[in-house]
Design a protein around this ligand. Sequence first.
Ligand SMILES: *Cc1c(COP(=O)(O)O)cnc(C)c1O
Length: 408
Amino acid sequence: MQIKKGIPLIDQHDKNFMYGGKFGGNFIPETLKKPIDDLTNLFQKLRKDKKFLKDRDYYFKNYVGSPTPFIKLENLTNFLGGAQIYAKVVSEANGGAHKIYNATVHCLIAKRAGKKYIIGDTGAGYAGKMLSMAAKKFGLSCKIFMGAKDIKRQRPNVEAIRKNGAEIIPVYSGSQTLVDAVSECMRYWVSHCDTTHMCVGSTVGPNIFIKICAYSTAQISRELIEQVKEEFGEIPKRLKLINCVGGGSSAMGFWNEFMDTHAEFIGVEAGGPKNSKLHAAPLTNSSKVGVLHGAAQYVIQDKDGQIGSTASISAGLDYPGISPLHCFLKDTKRAKYTSATDEEALNAFKLVSKLENISPSLEPSHAFAEAIHQAPKLKSSNVIIVNSCGDSLKDKDIIKKKLGSYKR
Ligand SMILES: *Cc1c(COP(=O)(O)O)cnc(C)c1O
């Protein structure tokens, strides 16, 4: 199993849409086949359509707020005394996280398909917030499927979704989190696909959703590679790109343009509470391959092969599966994966927000925890870039509860 150079990673699948012969595919009921085929054909056309690309670039710049800043974290670098640490501040994008890239592209596709309605799933609430924001901007009527448990723990985003004029459909089945919201959303799509476009909020699901999402977030590294060349004159010899991984969309976007370079990729999964067996880190814990939401991937499972329980302080990372693209990157050894516990993420949040003028949400705080762990062991000729892909404001209730106070 090997990654080919010069071909976008999303296109490196076989005729069954499998990456490395093992991950991904379209494991879907017959009823989903037609809408998925239609969307696949449309997207293949749009990728080569000059007007579509022009629109995409226009809205990335004039709506998403691209390019987002690339800054040196000088205080953190000096405090840790080792590698130089930088941040790509994707949380400065419209809406406060990377999911706006995917949501914007899906709305542009929906418009081109002549659909008036758009639906989507959400876990942390960010995907729903971004989709409802973009739907409002592009004049589409929007429904968001969300686990009942997530509705309770992500109040600020729930309010934002409603304020954007979208309807929230609470999902009470299963664990009442993202897994169940995705299933419910797909079920709805089957019976409404003539009028309705569906968006999946990360690089998961049937192949076409993985493709559209990774294609959209790739803008992050398209910006970053230019910013890196401007700062260093070239791509630094020893460069590590550290990103948290839930479904894996921000990491894919952060790494994509660096795929054929020597840059090292480190993905950080949610290790869960310190003294618990529960986590949301299938790659770190050598979970077995299973099928989740229409795609084969490493999935946290119990001994009977049922989807296993997960735990993480961060709802955005609390997902039992992981993008087939990351499974492929892991097995080809192009990327390395590790995890940070809830406590490590909280400590990283505390340190970064104390020393710097950025305030990462709990998801990227997992990536910062790994940077904080590695930097002191490295010489200053090493460069670490962390994707600060979300803003802490959405986590203020949890942070306040855990740390006693919240300052942004
Ligand atoms: C949703 C989310 C994640 C996790 O999803 P990925 O697809 O892995 O990026 C991470 N960080 C933030 C801020 C999120 O909103």
